[in-house]
Design a protein around this ligand. Structure first.
Ligand code: ADP
Ligand code: 5GP
Length: 207
């Protein structure tokens, strides 16, 4: 029986623009899956809604929440703060639900190191190529090249974290990638991906 029938935490991380937010939204359409809506000090994008995509908040309020120990994890990413709300997550987990996170490697490390008494599966998403990633970022950021460049600048560093994850999946065709992830979750399959293929792909992305 899949461990995730009893609930647990599923984390998706990737270099910015690889598609994890899109994938998380698809995953949580399944019964018993819930997204962990993070707090952030980043400004909302035109299509983003407060409480649905993020809880948008000021730096001051974020600092108050840190002090009050309201975060399961938090980190500074691209000059903004992001954090996962502890109470909401624990409430869902206690009810045997699956909580899906779209967080970076720093937050993943913090959750892993907590050794909570819940299943944990960490998945790293890779883009098919650097040029496709660039295209996706331009589309998402409405051609705001300053933001696109900032995200692309962080690409190599973000990419270097792939080895810390249980599973690594390439997001070329969205449907195929989603299916692979759901299969991984269903089987709770850690480390059964082809390391040689992924290593080769990462090398190509870095060249
Ligand atoms: P991330 O959360 O990893 O930063 P997003 O999910 O915001 O990335 O995706 C970045 C952009 O790429 C979005 O405009 C999204 O619609 C698009 N996208 C995501 N996955 C694919 C895919 N497989 N093929 C084409 N476009 C994609
Ligand atoms: P974006 O601004 O594109 O929505 O997110 C930027 C980065 O912050 C992404 O790598 C995303 O996964 C990460 N992120 C979003 N929410 C959280 C969170 O609550 N904690 C951590 N550590 N990272 C987060």
């Amino acid at each position: 029986m899949s461990s995730f029938k009893k609930g647990g935490m599923i984390i998706l991380s990737s270099p910015s623009g690889a598609g994890k937010t899109t994938l998380v939204k698809k995953i949580v359409k399944n019964k018993n899956f819930f997204v962990s809506v993070s707090h952030t000090t980043r400004k909302p994008r035109p299509n983003e809604k407060n409480g649905k995509d993020y809880f948008f908040t000021s730096k001051n309020n974020f600092k108050k929440l840190i002090k009050a120990k309201k975060f399961l994890e938090y980190a500074k990413v691209f000059e903004n703060y992001y954090g996962s709300s502890k109470d909401l997550i624990i409430k869902k987990l206690k009810k045997g639900k699956n909580v899906v996170f779209d967080i970076d490697w720093q937050g993943t490390r913090q959750i892993r190191n907590k050794n909570l008494n819940y299943n944990l599966l960490t998945i790293f998403i890779l883009p098919p190529s650097k040029s496709e990633l660039f295209k996706r970022l331009i589309k998402r950021e409405n051609k705001n090249m300053k933001t696109v460049q900032k995200r692309m600048k962080g690409f190599k560093k973000d990419l270097s974290r792939w080895k810390e994850y249980d599973q690594v999946v390439i997001n070329d065709d969205l449907k195929t990638c989603y299916k692979k992830i759901m299969k991984t979750i269903k089987n709770y399959s850690k480390l059964n991906y082809d390391k040689k293929i992924i290593k080769g792909h990462v090398k190509k992305l870095l060249s």
